[in-house]
Write a protein that binds this ligand. Structure first.
Ligand SMILES: [Zn+2]
Length: 496
């Protein structure tokens, strides 16, 4: 820590209450900050006595808490959405055609959040539908869960695929199309990231783990000022990028400015909605159990190669069988992404493996009905947050934005209530797997910000105390100002 004898650069942030992850809350309290680090969290009288010359910032009635981490999101895709048509809620072909006709100008027409299952009276192929909507330029549209891409004839041709195909590509089959999409890079990418970072800070987020791969890593790592983005970002390397230029330098934990190299991302299975999550038991009314990406030996070799190259692995595993495989193959320092369906027999093994699981409580909003419709026993074992915790599995929370918006209070509320705000399903989805508010917050807060002396002053000033209201109101808690290393950014451009 820096020199304590000089208190002239010490600042006090004072609040009505201070919430701490590892200790009871403090009333009429605050933090002393010097050079971006916490000196102390203590009652106001004590801080004023210890740091008499300090500058004081009175956060008048606010609650001061650690800032949030979003441990799984896709920054590049989030920026790309700003240049594409939003297709969520579209139920008819004519509406789809109209919305895509208004897609921003560009060499391609792009769209996202298409839910083909919700279409009424549509019998043709996705290609025919998109050809009708966009006849004159390539058009590609992502499904709500991002596991499928739909394309028109021109897009298929541009990707080197058969232009008379169905135009529905899942998982790895969509890779040629993904590669052919126009790239966002240079100044346009940096401008988009700056806007996005300000939005995330407005939500109280100071730390993210990105899974957009090398393109994002380069944009941040090679920037002249590696701290230009006001956000702690861990980057990633995607499996198909292993042979790409620059991939060889990617080592987990390397750090430059506010950028840290994170994980090599591998996909162990698909998703529930596409019935590609690899389950132990067949989907309801079917004989198939989803789709495994790897045999054990194949995955073990990839993981061992990664470890030898100094890389930790983040393995996407949603179904019970994929989670079981992950528990067998991953080691301490590796991470399991989603861990959505876990067989009770595998909880202890996961705990012993020391593998951190990144859970997505807010995905219950998309999935609880699918769990009831597609899985045996009403989806028992889905989103087993309490069971994972009891088994001693280290947990972090991610939104997987843009799958759902990066809103920490939404995730916290779903982790606690496991129901929509208007109470669906009644009593919550398998409510015994819910967390207490304190537990949900501790998992969601930035792990570096524990408010201990020496911790970065990554903090949120909240407009109320989340413990005082009913859980229904958690999504109404507002971040008034978000501090990164003591530097505040007031919430701006909030729509609600
Ligand atoms: Zn993801």
């Amino acid at each position: 820590m820096s020199d304590r004898s000089d208190v002239s650069d010490v600042r006090l942030l004072l609040a009505r209450r201070v919430l701490r992850p590892d200790a009871p809350p403090l009333d009429d309290a605050g933090v002393a900050v010097q050079a971006g680090r916490i000196l102390a969290a203590a009652p106001t009288v004590e801080l004023r006595a210890r740091f008499p010359g300090a500058r004081v910032r009175d956060l008048a009635g606010a609650t001061l808490a650690p800032a949030f981490q979003d441990a799984h999101l896709h920054l590049l895709e989030m920026v790309q959405r700003a240049t594409a048509a939003a297709l969520g809620g579209v139920r008819e072909a004519d509406e789809l055609v109209a919305r895509l006709a208004r897609a921003p100008a560009g060499s391609w027409a792009l769209g996202f959040e298409l839910n083909l299952h919700a279409f009424q009276g549509f019998g043709g192929t996705p290609r025919a539908l998109l050809d009708r909507a966009v006849p004159d330029r390539p058009c590609a549209v992502a499904s709500t869960d991002l596991h499928s891409l739909f394309a028109n004839s021109r897009a298929l041709a541009a990707a080197g695929l058969d232009p008379r195909g169905e135009g529905a590509l899942q998982e790895a089959d969509a890779e040629p199309l993904r590669q052919a999409l126009p790239r966002l890079e240079g100044p346009a990418l940096r401008a988009g990231l700056a806007v996005l970072a300000a939005e995330l800070r407005g939500q109280g987020i100071t730390r993210v783990q990105d899974f957009s791969g090398l393109a994002l890593d380069r944009a941040l790592w090679e920037a002249p000022d590696p701290a230009w983005l006001p956000l702690e970002v861990a980057t990633s390397l995607l499996a198909h990028e292993l042979g790409a230029p620059g991939a060889a330098d990617f080592r987990s934990g390397d750090r430059r400015g506010r950028v840290t190299r994170g994980y090599l991302k591998l996909f162990g299975d698909g998703s529930l909605g596409s019935r590609t999550a690899w389950m132990l038991r067949p989907y309801l009314g079917r004989i198939d159990t989803g789709r495994a990406t790897f045999r054990d030996a194949e995955l073990a070799e990839l993981v061992a190669d990664a470890h030898r190259a100094g890389r930790r692995v983040a393995l996407h595993a949603i179904g019970e069988a994929a989670v079981r495989q992950a528990a067998r193959v991953l080691g301490p320092g590796d991470r399991l992404e989603h861990g959505q369906h876990v067989h009770p027999d595998d909880l202890a093994g996961l705990g012993r493996a020391g593998v951190c699981v990144c859970v997505n409580p807010a995905h219950l909003a998309l999935d609880w009905q699918a769990c009831l419709a597609l899985l045996p026993q009403g989806g028992q074992g889905a989103y087993p947050l309490a069971s994972l915790r009891r088994a001693g599995v280290p947990l972090v929370v991610g939104s997987d934005a843009p799958v759902v918006p990066a809103r920490p209070w939404t995730a916290v509320r779903w982790a606690v209530q496991r129901a929509t705000r208007d109470g669906q399903p009644a009593g919550g989805f398998h409510p015994e797997e819910g967390l207490s508010l304190g537990e949900a917050l501790c998992l969601s807060w930035d792990p570096a910000s524990r408010l201990r002396p020496g911790d970065p002053a990554d903090l949120c000033a909240l407009d109320g105390d989340p413990f005082e209201g009913a859980p229904d109101g958690l999504e109404d808690v507002r971040c008034l100002e978000c501090f990164l290393e003591g530097e505040g950014q007031p919430a701006v451009g909030r729509s609600r």
